[in-house]
Design a binder for this molecule. Structure first.
Ligand code: ZN
Length: 360
């Protein structure tokens, strides 16, 4: 039985019912993946809570495994000892729901799978611009990288209070019921589950925040291992790692620990995507200046870069807290805007140009 090892019940908030196309429950994610015919759905990990993590592959994934890894290959006489796909379709990974409470990208992903399979998403909408772009790439969708967290999270958080958003995202302590908090949750790895009233949908069922499962030689979760192996095996070029926050949607520039070429490219994507979101009425203010790589924190995005040379970037959708008033359709739209920005730009020049990337 799926989810047999979950230790906490699903959180329920007294919010409006979701629309019928808002497919984000674990059984709906699994059914969507299992229904694919055009795409190939593979299980890349089993969660500690008892769920499969699916990846759905669109395009030709028939090449043999690289003879080297990216670290060795990029330090050898030729990067082609790892990367032999020069001039072939680039490989893009759209990964949603690594923080299970953040349902918007998961909903965008299940709808995108349905769109690619049938020509219409669960809303009955077509999106020819997006599907024609996807056809020019190899495309992988991980619709929910944290099924355990998703299983204990509400279907959506539209118009939830900030306290409720935090309580179901990062959880509450058992001792006094106080919020663990966004940054507070990161003081633990894993979260001590015996001390929490509820863990929230941020971590998996063992309390690990998969986004920070990034210690070389000590990767704790099957989810992170599966994601990193997928990136390495298929020489992934770009990753859109999609999240949600309580504020406005925003596309985040890479940190200073990304390759210099990735810093520039990712920052340009962030500038374009944030501008498009403003023009689409999804952000209140226009950017005052172009985005730049900043900070030097690292996480699973950095590890994915090490695994394959990929440019991995984070998108924050909005969960639509009380002060915002996005429709359900608007809540998932940033995902499609971000994918279009990445894929349109990728057609102008290789996203991860392995011939120069390692030269700094
Ligand atoms: Zn997140």
């Amino acid at each position: 039985m799926y989810g047999a090892n979950l230790r906490f019940p699903k959180e329920e908030l007294n919010l409006e019912p979701r629309p019928d196309w808002w497919m984000v429950r674990p059984e709906e994610i699994i059914a969507t993946c299992q229904s694919t015919k055009r795409g190939q759905a593979n299980v890349i990990a089993q969660t500690p809570g008892g769920f499969p993590i699916y990846a759905v592959f669109y395009g030709d994934f028939s090449e043999p495994a690289p003879q080297s890894n990216w670290s060795a290959g990029s330090s050898s006489n030729t990067y082609k000892s790892y990367f032999q796909r020069e001039g072939q379709k680039q490989t893009i990974l759209f990964m949603a729901g690594i923080h299970g409470a953040e349902a918007e990208s998961v909903c965008a992903a299940t709808n995108l799978i349905q769109l690619l399979e049938t020509g219409k998403d669960f809303r009955g909408k077509t999106n020819n611009e997006l599907t024609s772009l996807i056809d020019q790439y190899r495309f992988i969708i991980i619709p929910c990288a944290n099924m355990d967290g998703r299983a204990v999270s509400p279907d959506h958080l539209r118009h939830a209070t900030f306290e409720d958003f935090r309580a179901v995202s990062q959880g509450c302590w058992k001792s006094d019921g106080s919020l663990i908090g966004w940054r507070g949750s990161k003081e633990w790895f894993p979260l001590p589950l015996d001390k929490v009233k509820n863990p929230g949908g941020y971590p998996n069922a063992d309390g690990f925040n998969i986004m920070h499962d990034a210690c070389p030689g000590h990767i704790r979760t099957a989810e992170a291992k599966g994601i990193l192996r997928l990136c390495e095996r298929w020489c992934v070029d770009a990753v859109l790692n999609a999240h949600s926050c309580e504020g406005q949607p925003h596309f985040i520039a890479p940190t200073l620990l990304a390759y210099p070429a990735h810093q520039r490219r990712g920052a340009a994507w962030a500038t374009t995507a944030n501008d498009l979101m403003f023009k689409a009425g999804l952000r209140k203010e226009a950017l005052r200046e172009p985005m730049k790589a900043r900070g030097a924190t690292f996480n699973l995005n950095t590890m994915m870069m090490y695994a394959s040379g990929a440019l991995a970037v984070t998108l924050e959708c909005s969960t639509c807290s009380l002060e915002n008033n996005y429709t359900f359709d608007q809540l998932i739209e940033p995902n499609y805007i971000a994918l279009k920005v990445i894929m349109e730009d990728g057609l102008t020049a290789p996203i991860a140009d392995r011939s120069t990337l390692f030269q700094g």
